[in-house]
Every structure is written in C-alpha cells, then in structure tokens.
Ligand binder design. Structure first.
Ligand SMILES: *Cc1c(COP(=O)(O)O)cnc(C)c1O
Length: 495
C-alpha cells in the first residue's frame, strides 16, 4: 500500500509521492502532506553502521513508497557524490561546547544543496514513472540560497527549464553573483523590484493561474516547484537530523535514546519542519529551537499564538531568513490542528486576506516542543565575534543567529545536548563575517574578501567561491512584481 499525500487544505485531493513531487503545490493552493508520518523502526545499532547514502535510503523509502528500490538508490547516489567536498556529506563539528551540524559542503555552500542535489533526480524519475512527456518548468522564488542551489541542480537537466526570481536588492553580493553567472541553456534568472515575500507570492499566483495552466498544457509544458513547498525538498532534509543524532551516539557524546535539542536558523520554516518530522518518526528530540532574525514573525507566533505578517520587512545580514510569510508553517498548522484540513484552510484564508490569524489553545499546547528566539543584527555580529575569539571557528551570519538564540536559551536549560544547524559557509557572507571578526580594512572586491577570510580562518576557499572570480555574467533581467507572469510567458514563448 502506497503512502498517499493530500493537500493541507483538502483531504480529497490525494496523490502518490511522485505525483506530489511533480506538482509541487496542490491545485487548491495547499501544500502536500503525507497521510501519516511513518515511524523509524530500525535499531540504533543497525543505524549506526550506516553511511549517509544508506540512511537516506532507509528514511526516504518510508515516504516515497511508489519509487522502486533501484530508482531511489539511483537518485541518492547521483545526489550525494563528489559535488560535496566531504564524504560525510553532513559532518558534525564541535567547537567549544557547541556542536555544529555543517550543512554547507555541497556545490553552492548553503544547506539548500542537501535537498536540491536530489530533487532534480526525484522529479525526472517521477515524470518517467507517470509517463509525463511535457517539459517541466521549475518556477522558484528565492531569498538567496535556494535559487543558486536549484539552478545548479537543474542546469542542463534534459526535459526541464528553470526560472528563478530573486529580490534584486535583498540578497548578498556573493549570492547574486552566484545566480547571475549560472550556466546552462535551460536556466533563467530574474531580479524583481520587491522583497522575497513578493517573489514568493508572485510565484504562487502563477502556479494557481488556471488560464496560464491551460496555455502551458497546450504547449506541452507543466510547472513544478523547487521551493520548500515541494514535499520533495522537505523529505531529504529529515535524513541529516537522524544522521547527526547517530553521529553523536557513535562518538559517545549521547546515550541511546537520550533527547537532544536542535537549534535551527529559520526563514521559510522548511529546515525546522524536517526536524519536527524526524521527531514524529521517533528521533529522541527534546526542543526544536526556532531562531529568527529581526523579521521575528515566528518568535512572536510561538510567544502568543498569533501569526501576524502585518509589519515592516527588515533587510538584515542574514538575507536567507528575511521572510514574513513562512510557507511551511502551513504544514505545522495542519499537524497541530489534528490534521484538520478545514481549519488549516480557514487560517490560510485569514492569512491571505487579513495577514493575521490566531491559533486555538489546544493547538498551542501541541507546540510544546518548539521554543522561539530571535537575534538582532548587532547580536548576530556579536555571536560571530564571540565564537571566533573563543574557539577559532568561523560561522556565517545565519548560523550566528542560531548561536545567539541558543546562548540565551541556555539560561533555562544547560543540561540537554544541543546541535546548532550551520546553514551556510562563512564565505557566502564574507563581508559581514569579516566585519565581525577583524579590525583590518575590508577590501571592496569579493575575491579579495575571500582571501582575507582564508588568511584569518585557515579554512580553504570553497570551489563555489573560487569559480565566481572570473565567471561571466549571463543574466541581467530585472522586472516589477506585477510583470512576473509576463516574463514567464515570454521565456516560455506562450504569449
Ligand atoms: C534558506 C536558509 C535558511 C532558512 O531555512 P528555511 O528552511 O527557509 O527556514 C537559513 N539559512 C540559510 C543559509 C538558508 O539558505
């Protein structure tokens, strides 16, 4: 029996795993969720013998039940290969008293590679399985890191095109350079005059545009998504939480069954939701600490039970977390509403019309395993400085938000071991990182910044940064938010 997926807003819209991945977003605007969260039943001893690939297979086979063993293993081995600069794929690093789960060893040096290395393979396999001959058009909004990771994953993948919209003035220099230099005849990158939420709203509305969908069908095209609204993005992220737990067990840092905390720098709520799924599967997790920057909608939500997006959007030094509408929270709302699709649909309607909703007391009780925290820009810089001076370890601006929030949390619980999720290489945000750790003059040029960071940190410059130095700019389009659909039509030649 296949594990089926349905919309968070309507349980009658039911599809297989491969169809959910193909579609990205449910036609009613909801997100696909599995009908139940499967349990991890293998013993710790067996798990601790597994490498990343073997574990990924054990986890994904529980969710992607309509993929064959060969198909899944093939996707996994193509995803987690030499694109990663370490065979561990997701190594744990201890610095001072903190454990860091480094998720930035993939091709684009941010954690998005963990899922976007495998998504293109899951998606093209899904198309084959479902006898889809249409060309798949990946439409993606990015706060900076998803865009490049998705472009790298789909570049020159046969039968696909990828279109990425990013906030023109809302990403770091390296992030922008990484995207606009992307190679591949099937890649399109467009800056928008707006912020990430505008980009995400625009993309969602293009997905839900029936008229456009008809034109697409006639032209033999269909949309899918590489954003974390696609369940195929979320599920591969469960693997590294389990992997890190096993690694701590292997190193005798924790006893079998000992509960640990994860501290996750959060924006769209995808990464931390994967940790929540891991907990539901049976991984011994105490608290999930949700760390936000100045855009602290989620912190307020965990404090008060009210989600209120009606506030100013603040540009920070952790741009991948500059988000006011965290899409994946919808999947959590569905879960804490007792899998109630009607209630979820109501809340989401309120969010889109009023920009605000308040959950019930019962729902709040189910949020017990979450702790919200936030760090300002100054606090973020302080944490980069503190970690560096105390341990010599250099963290990026997003990881620093998590460290800052965790250090505050330590006042209420010092005993539980915690893993801080390190989501990007400091090289991706070199300028801000350098400002926090050195009094030296910081060069203008990003290659010189990288060289200075290397001198200070002793960490080799990743290939992803080295190759930017001489890369040619291939994309320079910018549009207003109300022209996004027109841009898509022009690219696809379906005007
Ligand atoms: C995307 C991103 C985040 C936020 O992750 P979500 O899954 O959107 O919550 C945090 N840090 C970095 C570096 C990212 O790229």
């Amino acid at each position: 029996m296949n594990l089926m997926y349905h919309s968070t807003r309507n349980s009658n819209i039911k599809v297989t795993a491969s169809q959910a991945i193909l579609q990205g977003l449910s036609p009613d605007g909801g997100l696909f969720v599995p009908e139940y969260i499967p349990k991890l039943t293998i013993s710790m001893d067996r798990l601790s013998d597994m490498n990343y690939h073997e574990l990924a297979y054990e986890v994904l086979k529980l969710y992607l039940t309509d993929y064959t063993e060969d198909e899944l293993k093939d996707c996994i081995s193509k995803a987690y290969d030499g694109k990663f600069d370490t065979p561990d794929i997701a190594p744990i690093r201890k610095a001072g008293r903190h454990f860091y789960l480094e998720l930035y060893h993939g091709a684009t040096i941010a954690f998005k590679d963990m899922a976007l290395s495998i998504l293109p393979h899951l998606l093209t396999t899904a198309a084959r399985k479902n006898n889809i001959s249409d060309e798949i058009v990946i439409l993606t909004a990015t706060s900076g890191d998803t865009g490049k990771a998705a472009l790298a994953g789909f570049s020159d993948v046969k039968g696909t095109k990828i279109i990425v919209f990013y906030p023109k003035d809302g990403v770091s220099r390296v992030q922008e350079k990484q995207m606009v230099t992307q190679k591949g005849d099937n890649t399109y990158v467009i800056g928008i005059n707006g912020n990430f939420d505008d980009a995400q709203t625009g993309v969602k509305s293009i997905f839900n545009d029936k008229d456009l969908e008809n034109k697409m069908t006639e032209a033999g095209l269909r949309f899918s998504s590489a954003n974390s609204i696609n369940i195929g993005r979320l599920l591969p992220q469960i693997v590294y939480y389990i992997h890190s737990y096993i690694e701590l067990y292997r190193r005798n840092e924790i006893a079998q069954g000992e509960k640990i905390n994860f501290v996750v720098p959060t924006g769209n709520f995808g990464n931390i939701l994967a940790a929540y799924y891991a907990k539901q599967m049976g991984l011994p997790i105490n608290k999930l600490i949700c760390a936000s920057n100045d855009n602290k909608v989620l912190y307020d939500f965990f404090q008060t039970g009210v989600y209120d997006r009606n506030r100013d959007f603040i540009l920070t030094i952790s741009p991948s977390m500059d988000i006011l509408v965290s899409s994946n929270l919808e999947r959590l709302i569905y879960s804490i509403a007792g899998d109630d699709t009607h209630k979820t649909a109501e809340f989401m309607r309120a969010l889109s019309t009023e920009g605000i909703y308040e959950i019930t007391t019962d729902m709040r009780k189910r949020l017990e395993c979450f702790v919200g925290g936030y760090a300002t820009v100054d606090e973020t810089k302080d944490s980069i400085h503190k970690v560096y001076t105390e341990t010599g370890y250099v963290i990026d601006t997003h990881t620093a938000v998590a460290v800052n929030v965790y250090d505050k949390y330590l006042n209420s619980d010092k005993d539980t071991k915690s893993v801080i999720v390190a989501t990007a290489s400091p090289y991706k945000f070199a300028e801000n990182v350098l400002e926090a750790i050195t009094d030296k003059r910081i060069p203008e040029d990003d290659h010189e910044q990288a060289m200075l960071l290397k001198e200070i940190s002793g960490v080799p410059i990743p290939d992803a940064i080295n190759e930017l130095h001489l890369a040619e700019i291939r994309h320079n389009k910018v549009c207003d938010t109300d022209k996004m659909r027109a841009e898509v039509e022009e690219i696809l030649k379906i005007i």
